[in-house]
Design a protein around this ligand. Sequence first.
Ligand SMILES: *Cc1c(COP(=O)(O)O)cnc(C)c1O
Length: 401
Amino acid sequence: MVNPDREISLNHGMETVAIPGPSIIPQRVLNAFSRPMPDIYAGNLLDVSDRIFERLPAIARTSGEPFVIISNGHGAWQMAVSNTLSRGDKVLVLESGRFAIVWGELAEVSGVKMEILPGSDTRPVDPDALRARLADDPGHEIKAVLSVHTDTATSVRNDIPALRAAIDAAGHPALFMVDCIASMGCEPYEMDEWGVDITIAAAQKGMMVPPGLAFLWANEKALAAYDSSDLHVGYLNWGSRRNPEAIYQRYSGTPPVSHLFALDEALTMMDEEGLEARWDRHRALAGAVWAAVDAWSTPDGIGFNIAEPENRSTAVTTVRTGSIDAEEIRRRCAEGANVTLGLGIGDLSTGGGFRIGHMGYLNPPMLLGTLGTIEAALAAMGAPMGGSGVGAAAASLGSYL
Ligand SMILES: *Cc1c(COP(=O)(O)O)cnc(C)c1O
């Protein structure tokens, strides 16, 4: 018998995180955690750790040296600063949203001076503005340029080769440090070819591993800066982590055993797929998200935060919601369907927008499920919609099936 008064809940089955990290973790990676503790000084764990260090450079496309930190992304930010800079040094932070600025604020706590190159929440960093600012620093007071590749708040992707070219055009020797926490393993990135001195990433975004590990890659120039830097912090010190006597020094203590098993499995999955195939897949899935947002969009309703497709991240999309309450969309998706969407950040934090993470372990049914749920919430709210985003997304994906 159907009881018409009973409320029906659809909030069952698998939960879907469609936030820009932590992203959905593959079962294979989760299974890798379920192993008993090994000997940490001999045997299989040493092979696993060696395999990880051998494979990490290729992920960032560098011959530079990788480091693995037991931390979130903030730990990699700190490692970059404290191994290369000195008290009183100035860093130039390139604004294109929130994350580069938070990195600069963290550096300030260590006694580094921060200057922000003003930018926008809707466009990538302007290379000409960077060139002009560096050209105006004849004494080379600026020791490092800090940028994000993809800003996870605005979903803009910066043109890293153009920023490198701007530094070169100014003839400036500053270290170029790039935060790829949101983009690593998802979006094309060529550390060596693009002339980046330090790259950082974290486990929980496109790398398909739960939060708890961060990564840093340093080239020769960055490693050389260590010798004159006076901000060394024991735990994050490159000196003892490089060429370690034993695995113990490599991680500044007990290795993160279970996370290493998981990372090893995730790297194997990345190898099986191929890095460039992953970049292509993310582009195809992002194309479906953009088709949906395009179809939903109306003048005072849904719209993109980043207007030009070539400036958009293919790992996360920030959606402006105009007159529609984004918090109600998020609440309906979460409570009604167990789909978690990303919060709006910055000027979108008060209901003016939300974010869709589409990074890492993701395929068309997973993505269409999220987009369909958003569309169902919009329809339930009576929100203005230009057309069916799900239909547009399916059509976009159809070209790959
Ligand atoms: C997620 C993110 C961070 C912060 O990483 P945590 O692991 O939370 O410290 C920094 N930068 C970017 C670009 C990010 O996407």
